[in-house]
Write a protein that binds this ligand. Structure first.
Ligand SMILES: Nc1ncnc2c1ncn2[C@@H]1O[C@H](COP(=O)(O)OP(=O)(O)OP(=O)(O)O)[C@@H](O)[C@H]1O
Ligand SMILES: [Mg+2]
Length: 252
């Protein structure tokens, strides 16, 4: 068995009296999609921020490819976020540069990696627009002229263009129409399979987790209460909270 791409142990983080993370451990292997599910306030976003080096835990350790993320310099962490990781925010405005054209949003990540051939960058931006099903003639348009679903697809193109090894997604289909959500999920699933990406995706949508994830991690009150292969967790949930989560979806 290969080593995990990322492995965290004992993560604990308090905000005043609130224990947002309580002794959380999580691993992800290359090419694996792991869904983090759980109620609002259970610590899902906080966990993603800590794993991606955007927040520091009070205790615990995050290893990426064997390196201690907490012990890295700021520059080292930024290089990882630029080159090896991608972060897809729930609100595309947090992940896009709204004053820069669609093509510029995609090209910028390539330039940050040292690509400087304008023609190639433009070509690659156009091909990524196609991949995420945005008309290529929108290349020079600003993201604010796009619909919410298009902005989210643009954010995904901007994130994936550099072919990161590990993607963090925080409710990427939140705030979108159900039909738009379904198409976006299909798109994410196809790209993830094509590129063999490792993805940690936060979602409260059990159907999305079933569609995308190999494994599911269930969080409650800052703790991991259950984890396992997707079918096992959803078809035979062991923890009472997971049972509630699964049956409430069936009943809905
Ligand atoms: N910057 C912060 N300052 C203070 N408290 C915070 C901060 N960030 C998160 N919290 C608290 O930590 C807990 C976990 O928050 P978090 O955003 O991780 O939950 P979540 O599972 O992502 O919820 P949601 O599904 O609503 O996005 C909550 O009680 C929240 O109020
Ligand atoms: Mg959240």
């Amino acid at each position: 068995m290969s080593a995990p791409l990322m492995q965290a142990t004992g993560l604990t983080l308090n905000f005043g009296r609130i224990r947002a993370l309580d002794d959380v451990g999580i691993s992800i292997w290359p090419g694996e999609v792991v869904a983090i599910v759980g109620e609002s306030g259970s610590g899902k976003s906080t966990l993603l921020r800590v794993l991606s080096g955007q927040a520091q835990a009070d205790a615990g350790q995050v290893l990426y490819d064997g390196q201690d993320v907490g012990a890295m310099t700021e520059a080292g962490r930024r290089r990882l976020l630029r080159a090896e990781w991608g972060f897809v925010h729930q609100n595309p405005r947090d992940g896009l540069r709204m004053a820069v054209s669609a093509g510029g949003n995609i090209g910028e990540r390539l330039m940050a990696q040292g690509n400087c051939h304008y023609g190639n960058i433009r070509k690659s931006a156009a091909s990524w627009l196609q991949k995420v099903e945005i008309e290529v003639d929108r290349l020079d348009d600003l993201p604010r002229t796009f619909s919410g679903g298009m902005q989210q697809r643009l954010q995904i193109a901007r994130t994936l263009v550099t072919e990161p090894r590990l993607i963090f997604m925080d409710e990427p289909t939140g705030g979108l129409d159900v039909s738009v959500q379904a198409r976006l999920l299909d798109l994410i699933r196809a790209l993830v399979a094509e590129l063999g990406l490792a993805v940690l995706i936060v979602t409260h949508d059990i159907a999305a987790a079933r569609l995308l994830a190999h494994r599911i991690v269930v969080m409650r009150h800052g703790r991991v209460v259950e984890e396992g292969l997707t079918d096992r967790v959803l078809d035979d949930p062991q923890h009472p909270y997971t049972q509630l989560l699964v049956t409430s979806v069936l009943a809905a």
